[in-house]
Ligand binder design. Sequence first.
Ligand SMILES: [Fe+2]
Ligand SMILES: [Fe+2]
Length: 365
Amino acid sequence: MSDFTLDTPTQEPGLGTAMKIVYQWNYEPEIDELRNLYVKAAEAQWVAGREIDWDRTIDRDKFATTPLGTPLPIEKTSYWKSLRPEQVWEITRKTASFRLSNFLHGEQGALMVAAQLVNAVPHTDAKFYAATQTMDEARHVEVFARYIKKLDEVRPIASGLRSILDRILATDNWLHKLVGMQIVIEGLALFSFKEMRNLTEEPLLRELLTYVGRDESRHHAYGVQYIERCVPCLSDDEREEIEDFAVECARMLIDIRSSGLFNDILKVWGEAGVDPNELLLCINAERDDLLRDMPRGQRLGPVQGFVIPTLRRCGLLSERVAAKYHEFLSANPAGNAFGKTVQEFLRDLPDLPEDTAAWLMGEAH
Ligand SMILES: [Fe+2]
Ligand SMILES: [Fe+2]
């Protein structure tokens, strides 16, 4: 007898959403850059089971180079250096499976939002592009799940990430969905994938992040190109509402990084025999040295280093919201705001890379 059922034990009760679906009767190309991106995406499709050799086992020695992704580089502390190689492997493996699990769940969120965008965006070119992104995100879910299975086990989604995905899935405003997913979540993903892809020497992980990263840089381009077209058409009130939605999503991200995620990671480390108190004492004692040695891009983090510059490019960074970003980034120890005033903060924001795909592969700044 088949064990196929309509209700599966791993599914959740449905989340009520308020999305409006838009038919569009104009089928002619209208936004050339999006139509080109759609063709580029169609040409760049890849098949995970064919392009990547999954028979390889994970190279343990090389895997030790995989970054932990904490706001401060814990791997540079004296505590870390005192650990035995066996413990380093255990901690790196568990931390990576925790991070990759959240990438995986985030990809599922991206898959569902991309599918919603097909329904909700009003322009045909934008619907076409969102269709290709939906396919990309399905593949990303597939590859992260396959890699985690080799490494450890899938861990549950971090609660903060779940809240932000729910917020983006539930809104009825397609521009909010675009800004929340394509700019804030994709910005965080690009930043994290770049760091992991360029630092890890584990060949299978590096290869899959190369494939995923190429797709993600297109997703980011879609967000930027579409939103910068739309923003000048908005009334002041509409624009302010979207700016505030972006602030809300970015603030949630900062909170996830500084408190939620770090506590979850400490729990994971406890499983590998690390004493969290000892580690925290060591981080506090060595904090200044750790900060001094960090490259500027890493010190800035994903929100300041990538998400806010993207919002500026899209026309969604007025002085009014810049003050809000400056305030919460300054108040947050992991936020690391540069500049004492809003004007200094704006002046010191980095520019977006000219070629996002090259930047992601570490070939451009
Ligand atoms: Fe993705
Ligand atoms: Fe994406």
